[in-house]
Design a protein around this ligand. Structure first.
Ligand code: SF4
Length: 356
């Protein structure tokens, strides 16, 4: 039946079918919300005004499109949000890697295949199933690819609440999951927003190695290790290098300490399995990768985002924080004349911490 002829009862049936189809396609959950994001728009504006987004200019671009779905995709009246768990079974214990200063820590979401394409393909399949059931309808799929306030939309759709560390938490699944959205013109019934359950806890604020959570629900990205090791293109501020420890791509501390992650669910998607033993490989070994090896081994992975220069910059910092051994010093010396000034500067900093 064409979408224009559907009754409220048909839409209610369709909403429940959509959630079932989403689960059949590998999503852990799906929820539906409207497009009103007034409070969150204000929160975003204050965050931008404070300059907490650092060099992430794309956060400020697009005006109000980020908080007004119908301005981004005309005709949108509902957003179907989905989540997918990402920590694969058998991944090396995160705390053990963080406590091993000779190993490099990679954020758990980035150990396997890049999620963007995979999630978008699944959202596309979800749209095709809706189309097969009701005919033509308006939609557009997003996975971190456009100005979308995804956490606020997911909260409104009942998938979780935004914790004091600004990550979405689900009562039954913790916070290790990706989000995706299908903007649509179908007037589906909406779900209840999720309630918040941080209470008086502040463990994420206290554990943050660089004190990037400057107040509950307020993250200064310029201090956040995820930003410093992935988004920042230039030099890492010296005072933040030591607290970075052995984290070479992203950071999970605020999630690892969160009590709700005792409910975290394992990924069912085999593509998220760690590649190249990146769930705890030795820093010296990773620092030895040539540019060609880096490009080849990180093909189709989120880790590519930092680029080879950024990769060497980050590992140089971690090696500067590693225990002093001849092997570490030699690995750094081998890169001391690297053509990139950025790499040379970070290697020089690290070498100064490993005198001969
Ligand atoms: S660690 Fe505590 S305060 Fe932080 S997000 Fe988790 S429950 Fe909330």
């Amino acid at each position: 039946m064409p979408a224009t002829l559907l009754s409220p009862h048909d839409y209610a049936m369709l909403a429940s079918d959509i959630k079932r189809w989403a689960r059949e396609l590998g999503f852990a959950d799906a929820g539906i919300t409207g497009t009103a994001l007034g409070e969150d728009e204000l929160h975003l504006k204050r965050w931008l005004d404070a300059g907490h987004h650092g060099e992430m200019e794309y956060m400020a671009r697009h005006g109000d499109k980020r908080s007004r779905p119908a301005e981004l995709e005309p005709g949108t009246v509902r957003v179907i949000t989905v989540r997918m768990d990402y920590v694969p079974p058998g991944t090396r214990n995160a705390w053990h890697v963080l406590e091993d200063p000779e190993a490099g820590y990679v954020a758990r979401y980035a150990l396997g295949r890049d999620y963007h394409k995979l999630m978008r393909n699944r959202l596309q399949k979800l749209a095709e199933r809706i189309h097969a059931a009701i005919g033509d309808f308006g939609y557009r799929a997003f996975v971190d690819s456009a100005p979308v306030l995804e956490k606020a939309l997911a909260r409104n759709a009942g998938l979780g609440w935004i914790g004091k560390h600004t990550v979405l938490i689900n009562r039954r699944a913790g916070s290790y999951f990706f989000l995706g959205e299908l903007y649509t013109d179908l007037p589906l019934p909406v779900d209840e927003p999720a309630s918040a359950h941080c209470g008086s806890c502040r463990r994420c604020i206290d554990i943050c190695p660089t004190q990037a959570i400057v107040a509950p629900y307020k993250l200064d990205a310029r201090r956040c290790i995820s930003y410093l090791t992935i988004e920042l293109r230039g030099s890492i501020p010296e005072e933040l290098r030591e607290p970075i420890g052995n984290r070479i791509f992203g950071c999970d501390d605020c999630q690892l300490i969160c009590p709700w992650n005792k409910f975290a669910q394992e990924a069912t998607e085999p593509d998220f399995a760690p590649r190249h033993r990146l769930d705890g490989a030795k820093l010296v070994e990773l620092f030895g990768w040539t540019e060609q090896e880096f490009l080849q081994r990180t093909e189709g992975m989120a880790i590519r985002r930092t680029g080879y220069e950024g990769w060497l910059r980050n590992i140089a910092v971690a090696l500067g924080n590693a225990p002093h051994t001849q092997e570490v010093r030699e690995a750094l010396l081998a890169r001391a004349e690297h053509p990139s000034a950025l790499v040379r500067e970070h290697v020089a900093w690290a070498l100064a911490r490993h005198p001969a």
